[in-house]
Design a protein around this ligand. Structure first.
Ligand code: UGA
Length: 437
């Protein structure tokens, strides 16, 4: 099939490459010339495992091209809208500027029978509004909502082998023409057993925000338990292991630590609350305010614990922060709890050095006032305390004996509860986890 993908960020670039991998002829369109130049040269404009190899692989087939010219969408039967919906400045709601602009600039190129497929995360009601715009311009085209559930760091495999497809179509019927079109787009994953659900437009939009809100709630639940464990002298990691064995609860997303960040969960729960308010259903989501508050408290807690670890004052303390990305296997620093903690510590008088295997250039753009060191041995050299804030594998594998000889004082705060406290303590370290004795 001929497919256009509008927006080539974390979602769109991966989606375009994966659609070409599935055998379609794909054009990726973005207003950012640098991004398009990188992608045209089969270079990923951000770090995502497997993406660059996939771009090279599909580019050789000639099925994938990139451009800044929206006119290239003409002739495609399916148009995926994959642009960002960030948080509005100074408000909780989602900024729909990019979704609206992408849709409006696509309209002149729509032909009868075309299907416009929204993948961006949007406030419920957006799809119906955009469907009207499409219908006004081209009554024989369709707009459907097909939310994306990919995780950064696993984006390629999540796109090629998702755990489900949700198609939101006007009326919610299996017989809608666009259902067959999407089935053709996703023929390969569908034939290998990926389930798909057809819903109406608002349900499809809500599935996405509900899923992210549930995940955020699960993380904040366990972080609230961490607060309690600290007060009671219990261990939240064992608590999570034990409750997670109940398969109604499940162990995934029950890792207590410095909390969630990134370009999705934080802004999605806020936009969800804002939208609920507009719909007169704000009470239904007031609990998300608490979810957000628990999450933000983690960052303050880590600053306080670091102060304790340093003997009561941060002034002049040399603190090394391991990890700047909001999660491992990503160079994304949007709302990264690690970086936000690093910046807070610096503001409170510590001398902070940050290291990360992939995210330093992005981190330096976001917080130019922090010191960044690529090499981990140099980063920890003469540190008064080390904070592990993003759980990259290489930090999990650190040898406490070797590290002890480099630092000035062997104190470690394990912000992700991934180290073995016994091992670190017996190597002479003062170890602090979150929600652990
Ligand atoms: C999230 C969702 O997981 C995806 O399904 C969704 O498609 C995506 O948002 C999106 O809306 O586009 P992502 O932001 O890539 O994906 O990251 P997650 O893996 O969900 O992690 C989010 C944050 O939660 C990270 O900061 C992570 O460190 C933190 N986290 C995760 C915890 O603190 N504890 C956990 O147990 C799990």
């Amino acid at each position: 099939m001929r497919i256009s993908v509008i927006g080539c960020g974390y979602l769109g670039a991966v989606h375009a490459a994966c659609m070409a991998k599935l055998g379609h002829e794909v054009v990726g369109i973005d207003v950012d010339e640098r991004k398009i130049a990188d992608l045209s040269a089969a270079q990923a404009p951000f770090y995502e495992p497997g993406l660059e190899a996939l771009l090279q692989d599909v580019q050789e087939t000639g099925r994938l091209s990139f451009t800044t010219d929206m006119a290239a969408a003409a002739g495609s039967e399916v148009h995926f809208i994959c642009v960002g919906t960030p948080q509005k400045k100074g408000e909780n709601g989602a900024d729909l500027t990019y979704v609206d602009a992408a849709t409006l600039s696509l309209l002149p190129y729509l032909a009868p029978g075309d299907v416009v497929v929204g993948k961006s995360t949007v406030p419920v009601g957006t799809a119906a509004r955009l469907a009207d715009l499409v219908a006004e311009q081209q009554p024989l085209a369709h707009l459907v909502w097909n939310p994306e559930f990919l995780r950064e760091g696993h984006a390629v495999s999540d796109t090629l082998r998702p755990d489900r497809f949700v198609y939101g179509v006007n009326g919610g019927s299996e017989d809608h023409t666009a259902v067959a079109v999407l089935d053709e787009v996703y023929e390969a994953p569908l034939s290998s057993g990926t389930p798909r659900l057809v819903t109406d437009l608002p349900t499809a939009e809500l599935v996405k925000t509900a899923a992210n809100s549930f995940l955020a709630t699960k993380i904040s639940f366990i972080n609230a338990m961490a607060e309690l464990c600290e007060a009671a002298g219990a261990d939240v990691t064992r608590l999570a292991d034990a409750i997670g064995m109940d398969d109604r609860i499940g162990r995934k997303f029950l890792n207590a630590g410095i909390g969630f960040g990134g370009g999705c969960l934080p802004k999605d729960i806020r936009a969800f609350m804002a939208r609920a308010g507009e719909l007169g259903a704000d009470q239904a989501l007031t609990f998300l305010r608490e979810v957000d508050a628990i999450n933000m408290r983690r960052r303050t807690r880590v600053v306080e614990l670091t102060r304790e670890l340093c003997g009561g004052s941060l002034l002049g303390m040399r603190i090394t922060v391991l990890g700047a990305a909001f999660k491992p296997e990503s160079d994304d620093v949007r709302d990264s709890p690690a970086l936000s903690i690093a910046a807070q510590l610096q503001l409170q008088g510590a001398v902070v050095t940050v290291t990360d295997p992939k995210a330093l250039p992005n981190a330096a753009r976001r917080f130019p006032e922090l010191q960044y060191v690529e090499n981990i041995d140099s980063a920890v050299d003469k540190a008064d305390a080390v904070l592990l804030l993003t759980e990259w594998q290489e930090y999990r594998d650190l040898d406490p004996h070797l590290l002890r000889d480099t630092v000035s004082s062997p104190r470690i705060l394990d912000g992700r509860n991934i180290l073995d406290p016994g091992k670190w303590r017996s190597a002479g370290w003062q170890y602090r986890g979150l929600g652990r004795p």
